[in-house]
Write a protein that binds this ligand. Structure first.
Ligand code: DON
Length: 577
């Protein structure tokens, strides 16, 4: 760890009770419980709950609310997400608290009278927000599965909001320089120090947010059915938005059945629609099962090539098939079937890249063939860059994987002024017009068209892996479509190349998403020889990739919890006890 990093940690720990390891080359090891998130203070909040007798769900909810305070670009109460829970008795739950389109949303709401998409309307400002699900999701999780009181699990977040915390260099910079935040007076006042900006080490206090969190403790339904719901709706409508008190009152958390698959004898439990993540992950792994990646070797051009070809095919299917399951019949099970992968695998040439434009889907059932014929293929592109994942395991073996988002960094950039929190711009995850790319080049199909009360398609992939029936890995990351390949990269690194979880998270990553037909590599992490070999196989190699794996592995021999916060981030931390 260099001096600069030590200094940062010192600054960050001003308000913490203890100092834990920063992300490095070694996982954090602990006997009882572990919380891993992108901010040390949020991880500490979770561990504080377990020390007080709470379980992994209490810890996750405490971490989630704390992230809304200390990681305002993505941690949120004005957004949504997914919580995958595996209880120590083996039962699984997938809490879907994804945002919903407001009841007044229409397929053409971001188009002008000529049918042209109006730039920015689905991403900046009052019209860009879906109905937020985070508060209901976290409160529901705590009430249904937690052991402590809501007051206990929200106490760290309230304390951090009221007393403040020292800003890191990156936080100070990203808040102060965000041009979108500057356009909204409350956002500028709160997040940009009224235009004066922040510097590293400044203590950031959020009294309005502290009060909002206290009101949620006092009356957990207030956000959806009470005075707070009216305040939110009035504020949004005064700015030209369309979220109503009815939208908030009608918002429901859905407890879905996770998708399941296997990979080399391991059980994979992951995100079902409206996320594309679990299906695309399982399809990728099914295809890869037929290849000997271990023999090809970690970091070898051959392994990268084979994994890339699997990604290409899984993303081809993702683009066409997926959307909100409440609004269409999705061929989910067929895509996750082993035999389907066997057929896909036959089209992979180990020495030559396939051309995405000429990819032909293998023979499928009559029902799927009909579906394909009726639904034209569209291409996914790059998605925005702020979401966050956290993983928790407690002493009993309960595990929680949560990925949550405002979508873009700081969401719509609109702060509900008197309440002190940012609203999401998740409406941009829909197709503003099928076939027309959104701001990030994302083009999707009819399944993901805007409709009232519909949930936009997501790529978030909170995932749990079992070995011999026992909890082994808890995985997840931000990164739009690269979430899926980040999770797959980490999983393959552990399973096929025997890396420990920290090495697996830190290892160089690569990404392919069918279209654009490009193999995306992390910059300066692959040797020129490897890059040349990939190019000679026909890959169009481009550079620049992120992601932020916040993951846990259980050492099945000792029971130790191994926490890995991504070495790429500034102030993430695995905190164990
Ligand atoms: O739900 C989704 O897939 C996107 N809203 C996630 C965006 C994202 O991960 C940006 N993060 N870096």
């Amino acid at each position: 760890m260099n001096l600069y990093r030590r200094f940062l940690i010192l600054i960050i720990s001003i308000t913490t009770v203890s100092i834990a390891h920063a992300a490095g080359m070694q996982p954090e090891r602990a006997e009882r419980g572990m919380v891993v998130s992108v901010h040390a203070l949020a991880s500490e909040a979770g561990v504080e709950m377990m020390r007080a007798g709470g379980n992994a769900i209490d810890a996750a909810v405490a971490t989630g609310f704390a992230l809304a305070v200390v990681h305002p670009s993505a941690g949120n109460i004005g957004g949504g997400g997914f919580m995958l829970i595996r209880l120590e008795n083996g039962k699984t739950h997938f809490l879907d608290f994804r945002e919903k389109a407001p009841g007044k949303a229409t397929p053409t709401m971001y188009q002008d009278s000529d049918g042209n998409v109006i730039p920015g309307l689905s991403r900046l400002g009052y019209l860009a927000s879906g109905v937020p699900g985070s508060v209901k999701g976290l409160v529901h999780a705590q009430e249904r599965f937690g052991k402590l009181t809501l007051a206990q699990v929200m106490a760290p977040a309230i304390r951090l909001a009221r007393e403040g915390y020292a800003l890191s260099w990156g936080d100070a910079r990203s808040m102060s320089t965000n041009e979108g935040l500057a356009q909204f007076p409350d956002s500028k006042r709160i997040f940009q120090n009224d235009g004066k900006g922040w510097k590293q080490g400044d203590v950031f206090r959020q009294p309005e947010l502290a009060r909002t969190l206290e009101r949620i403790v006092e009356s957990p339904d207030d956000f959806y059915t009470g005075k707070m719901a009216r305040e939110i709706a009035e504020f949004m409508q005064a700015g030209g938005g369309i979220i109503t008190v009815d939208d908030l009152r009608n918002y429901e958390v859905i407890d879905r059945t996770p998708v399941r698959g296997t990979y080399r004898g391991l059980e994979i439990i992951s995100a079902p629609p409206p996320s594309s993540g679990g299906i695309a992950l399982i399809e990728t792994l099914n295809i890869l099962e037929g290849f000997d990646l271990r023999k090809a070797g970690f970091g070898s051009a051959e392994a990268i090539h084979l994994v890339t070809e699997a990604y290409r095919r899984a993303f081809y299917d993702r683009a066409q098939f997926l959307g909100d399951p409440e609004f269409s019949e999705l061929p989910v099970l067929e895509l996750a079937e082993k035999q389907y992968a066997v057929e896909w695998r036959k089209s992979i040439n180990a020495k030559k890249a396939s051309a995405s434009a000429r990819l032909e889907r293998p023979k499928v059932s009559a029902a799927l063939a009909k579906y394909v014929a009726e639904h034209p293929v569209f291409a996914p592109g790059r998605e925005p860059t702020q979401t966050t994942h956290y993983s928790v395991v407690d002493e009993a073996g309960n595990a929680v994987a949560v990925t949550t988002t405002l979508n873009g960094g700081f969401g719509s950039k609109v702060t509900i002024g008197p309440l002190g929190f940012l609203m999401n711009n998740e409406m941009d995850d829909f197709s503003s017009k099928p076939g027309v790319p959104n701001m990030f080049g994302l083009i999707q199909g009819e399944e993901n068209a805007i409709g009232p009360n519909k949930r936009p398609l997501s790529a978030m992939t909170p995932t749990i892996v079992l070995k011999d029936g026992k909890l082994w890995l808890v995985l997840g990351s931000p990164g739009g479509p690269t979430i899926i390949t980040t999770v797959a990269n980490i999983l393959i690194n552990v399973v096929d190349f025997d890396l420990d979880i920290q090495q697996a998270v830190n290892a160089p990553r690569f990404h392919h998403q069918w279209i654009p037909d490009q193999l995306r590599l992390e910059r300066n992490r692959f040797s020129p020889d490897t890059i040349e070999l990939l190019k000679s196989r026909g890959h169009d190699v481009v550079f620049g990739l992120g992601g932020d794996g916040e993951c846990i592995q259980i050492d099945l021999e000792t029971g130790l919890r191994l926490g890995a916060s991504d070495g790429r981030n500034e102030r993430g931390r695995a905190v164990g006890y």
